[in-house]
Design a protein around this ligand. Structure first.
Ligand SMILES: NC(=O)C1=CN([C@@H]2O[C@H](COP(=O)(O)OP(=O)(O)OC[C@H]3O[C@@H](n4cnc5c(N)ncnc54)[C@H](OP(=O)(O)O)[C@@H]3O)[C@@H](O)[C@H]2O)C=CC1
Ligand SMILES: CC(C)(CO)C(=O)C(=O)O
Length: 317
């Protein structure tokens, strides 16, 4: 299979490191020449519970870049199109220029798989990309990038893949090979016909874990250590759950237990929002807690705890 990964951050490098051995061609696209150069020169270092591994650029693994400001891109030319492009950037990075770049690398058999926390990605992408070629993914895998070329797998999770608006049109068998490939690489993955439920479930999990870890500067696991942080988690959870119910979303029965399970499975992880704060980058708070607040506002619902954490993260940004 031929895959392009756009975004060489925590998740992008994790998937690149684990998929490389199983792809006919894997291209990783960074945002800077420097990172692509270091990856090509030094290789990609991957750490997990089994130890450390280094992947060198070779005929099936290559590193390129797309510099939006200069409209400059470099990737080895190759006549065969990609089967999948994995979009692994944060939501604010999905600009018109990036979407055009993605579109230019797709033909009629390429699917774009957008990994997301929060909401609103498919609207931005759908303006250019044909909705039948657009797949969404949510994952509870945990990853942390250290420097340009090193990534650690900080927690195992599940990855769900499907489409938002056209779920009934998605033929899961069409993506059997992708699910099989992800499985071989060590990612538990499933096609889902209920992506709205998956996206809402993940949204709620992120709307609880991410702002609290970013504000308190703790790992996901440390949230479980005190009754005060557990009370905050519960308050955020209850408020978000009420919004989903009011929207008519049939959330899974044991979502609270799943949320606690994510904290345990990724206990050493710095959430993506904490990583953003630590690196002085804009966070995805607008797409996560901000999305919930916007929906609640339309429904005349008040979410005082979400409002507070939203403002605190904005202040930290
Ligand atoms: N980290 C985690 O454990 C998890 C993350 N997620 C979600 O996955 C997505 C990716 O998250 P994560 O990997 O943590 O984010 P990171 O910020 O670590 O990585 C995003 C990467 O995208 C790069 N990028 C930004 N713009 C462009 C562009 N125009 N072209 C190419 N690359 C670009 C950034 O480059 P640069 O570094 O140069 O700024 C960065 O390396 C997010 O939606 C996140 O919410 C979901 C589950 C877990
Ligand atoms: C699953 C979790 C909470 C892992 O840290 C995540 O999605 C994130 O960090 O954004």
């Amino acid at each position: 299979m031929r895959i392009m990964i756009v975004g060489a951050g925590s998740l992008g490098l994790l998937f690149a490191a684990k998929l490389a051995a199983y792809c006919e061609r894997l291209t990783v696209i960074t945002r800077t020449r420097e990172q692509a150069g270091e990856l090509a020169g030094q290789g990609l270092e991957f750490n997990d519970a089994d130890g450390c591994q280094k992947l060198k650029q070779n005929e099936s693994l290559e590193f390129g870049y797309f510099i939006e400001e200069e409209q400059k891109a470099a990737v080895a030319t190759n006549s065969k199109p990609y089967d999948y492009i994995f979009l692994m950037v944060k939501q604010p990075a999905i600009t018109k220029e990036l979407v055009d770049y993605l579109d230019n690398h797709m033909d009629e058999r390429t699917y774009l798989l957008c990994f997301q926390n929060g909401m609103g990605h498919e609207e931005k992408l759908g303006e250019v990309i044909d909705s039948h070629r657009l797949l969404l993914a949510v994952t509870t895998e945990g990853a942390r990038r250290d420097g340009f070329t090193r990534v650690s797998h900080t927690g195992h999770g599940v990855t769900y893949i499907g489409s938002m608006q056209h779920s009934e049109e998605i033929d899961p068998s069409a993506h059997f090979l992708l699910v099989e490939l992800l499985g071989k690489a060590g990612f538990q993955s499933e096609m889902s016909k209920n992506m709205d439920v998956r996206i809402w479930s993940k949204l709620i999990i992120n709307a609880v874990i991410n702002p609290l870890t970013a504000i308190m500067r703790v790992t996901n696991g440390e949230l479980l250590n005190t009754t005060s942080s557990m009370s905050l988690m519960e308050a955020l959870y209850q408020e978000a759950y009420a919004v989903a119910l009011a929207q008519g979303v049939a959330l899974p029965d044991r979502l609270w237990e799943s949320l606690l399970g994510v904290c345990t499975a990724t206990s050493q992880n710095h959430s993506s929002m904490l990583q953003d704060i630590e690196n002085s980058r804009p966070t995805e708070i607008d797409r996560i807690n901000g999305s919930l607040l916007a929906i609640a506002n339309k429904l005349n619902m008040k979410l005082p705890t979400h409002e507070t954490v939203y403002l605190l993260v904005k202040a930290l940004e």
